[in-house]
Design a protein around this ligand. Sequence first.
Ligand code: FPP
Length: 253
Amino acid sequence: MNRKQEQAKEASAVPRHVAVVMDGNGRWAQARFMPRPAGHRAGVDAVRRIVEACGHRGVEVLTLFAFSSENWTRPEEEVSVLMDLLLRTMEKEAGKLHENNVRIRTIGDRSRFSDRLLRQIASVEQLTADNDGLDLVIAISYGGRWDMAQAARRIAEAVREGTLAPEQVDEELVGGMLSTAELPDPDLLIRTGGESRISNFLLWQLAYAELYFSPVLWPDFRESHLDEALSWYAGRQRRFGRTGDQVERLNRA
Ligand code: FPP
C-alpha cells in the first residue's frame, strides 16, 4: 500500500478492526428475575446479530471478549455454563459462518481448556482457515497482561537460545509475538453495559483505538446501536500523535 492509499484507509469511515467488550449479560438477566446464564444465552443472539452486521458493513476484523482471564474466578457453575455455551455455540454456528465466508480464530490462554473445547476450537479454525471474509476473533481465557507476558516469555527464550539479540527487541517485534500478530490493531473499541473500563482486554493493541462506551446491556445491543457507534467513529479525527492541523493538511494532500 502506498502512502496515499494508507492515508485513505486511515481516513476511511468504516473501522477495519472493531473490538467488543460484551458487558451486561448478568444484569440483563437479573432485571428479568432470571438466572445469570440466561443473560449469557441472550448474549449469543446479540453476537449473531453483530457478526452479521459487521460483515455487511465491511468491517474486516471483529474481536469479541467472550471470557477473560479474570472470569475464571466467577462461581464454578457460571464458569461451566459459559464454557459450555462457547463450545455449543461454536458447534452450532460454525457451518453457517463458514457458508458466509467468515474466518474464525480464538486467542487466549488455552492451558485451562477442556479437551473437548480444544478439539472444537481446532475444528472450527481448520474449517474456516481459508475463508477471506470477516475475520472473527473470539477471545477466551484472554487477558492483555497475559498476552504481553507470554510474548515476553517467548522473547526471553529466543534470547536465551541465541536466535535473538536484546537490541532487536522493538515495538514491531513485540507486536509480532502477541496473539494478534497477524491482525491490524483495533480502530474502535465498543464496550456495552455502562462501564468505562478496558478490563485487561487488548492492552497493547488498543493504544490508538477510539473508545466507545454504550449504556446498552449486551443482550439488548442491536444493529442500530452498532450503527450509532460506527457513525460516532466516522466523526472522530484520528491523530496518531500528530496535531489536528497536521492531520487536516495530510488529509487534504
Ligand atoms: C459479561 O457480562 C459477559 C461475559 C462474561 C460473557 C460474554 C459471552 C457471551 C455473550 C457468549 C459469547 C459466545 C461466543 C461464541 C462469542 P457480565 O456477566 O459481566 O454482565 P454483568 O456486568 O451485568 O454482570
